[in-house]
Design a binder for this molecule. Sequence first.
Ligand code: GLU
Length: 480
Amino acid sequence: MSEQVRVRFAPSPTGYLHVGGARTALYNWLFARHHGGTFLLRIEDTDVGRSTEESVEAITESLQWLGLDWDESPYRQAHRLSLYQEHAERLLETGKAYRCVCTPEELEERRRAALSAGRSPRYDGRCREVQPEPGKSWALRLRVGDAGVTVVEDLIHGKVRFDNAELDDFILVRSDGVPTYNFAVVVDDADMQVTHVIRGDDHLSNTPKQIQVYHALEFPLPRFAHIPMILGPDRTRLSKRHGATSVLAYRELGYLPEAMVNYLVRLGWSHGDQEIFRREELIRYFDITRVGDTPAIFDQAKFDWLNAHYLREADPKRLADLLVSFYRQAGISPEEIEAKAVRWSSLGRTETFGEAVIHTFRERAKTLGELARASHFLFRVPVDYDVQAVEKHLRPEALRHLRELHDRLKSIRSFDAPTLEKFYRDFVAEKGLKLGDVAQPTRVALTGRTVSPPVFLVMELAGREICLERLGTALDRLHA
Ligand code: GLU
């Protein structure tokens, strides 16, 4: 591409960053990075009633977490009102826009009348030639001709035609001086020299209006790419009803940003059959014209699969650091976590406690939240026993063996997995049992369930004290 690519992500800070918004930001970012261009962040906060600083923070934090860094300082529309004002005056002077004095009540009444007469409620242009009396409040409307069509040349949808007769003289600046979205967005995109407007196709119907504004202001048109929506499995627009939809909610559930980026990019774009992409590959291959023109369906199972993949790939130290906050959420105190780490490091192992937990548990977890819950029992916490597992594996005979094991475990030399395994094997050989006869009851007594990583690794990680305590409690509770 010969021109200098400039794109922008332009969220309205009226809530958290939704996965759909994140995908729009990602496509803009990838497009900019692919072409060595510029990615801008513009906060569209002219709606003072609905915009909040909290949302601005949630949005920027989400983008940072996903690694979508922007160039130049973020723009805020609320700080640019004089620029919109200047362009509004220019349109008024050239007669391309006019002052409309119709009150909201009058407009509403006419709208209702049109609807009940089966007409579409368009503004009838009655103020086109009116000179408002001084002091009367007015809104600024664009004078739009009804002849012909406006064609949006879209990089994803191709040529999309809109009949100009469908457009009316829409409002550019409200009577309180605040510009409308369709006006501010054009002034900004032109002023920021945005070359490609990449956004959700819920805005496609706004584009013919914006093209009218570009023409009126005599600005060159950017190129447009409208990305199809993301739908839930029931093919309605993805919303809270379908589960988590905010980027930060996924972070809190224990998804990794690289998994989210990889998942979102594939919702609408593909590169052959490749499923897993490193970031450099995405930058190299991303092509906006290859985005499909039909909606994508959000598939939680696929996202989980990708997250599990990245959990297995990620640096254990990084995951161990992240895991701490998930343990905290699961109710384990910082002191308990710290004590565990210190005790572990005194054993002279090569890995830290957190890294060892990651190695032992990550094969079975889809998220860090799940991993924290699955390894919760390694700490001094009440264990949630699965009733069926207890009935099946903690029968009187097994409990008798566990009692004996409990006593002998107090004095084994070292509490590491190989020593424990040898100890258990010697025990079953002596008693004429099978390993499962005692290993499975031990697992149930320690973890509350029948499935866990290899039991001797689990015992090593839990440590002697917790193992003895937990076995002791299980035995007491079952009166063995
Ligand atoms: N503020 C608009 C939104 O959040 C931006 C649309 C656009 O990119 O033009 O939907």
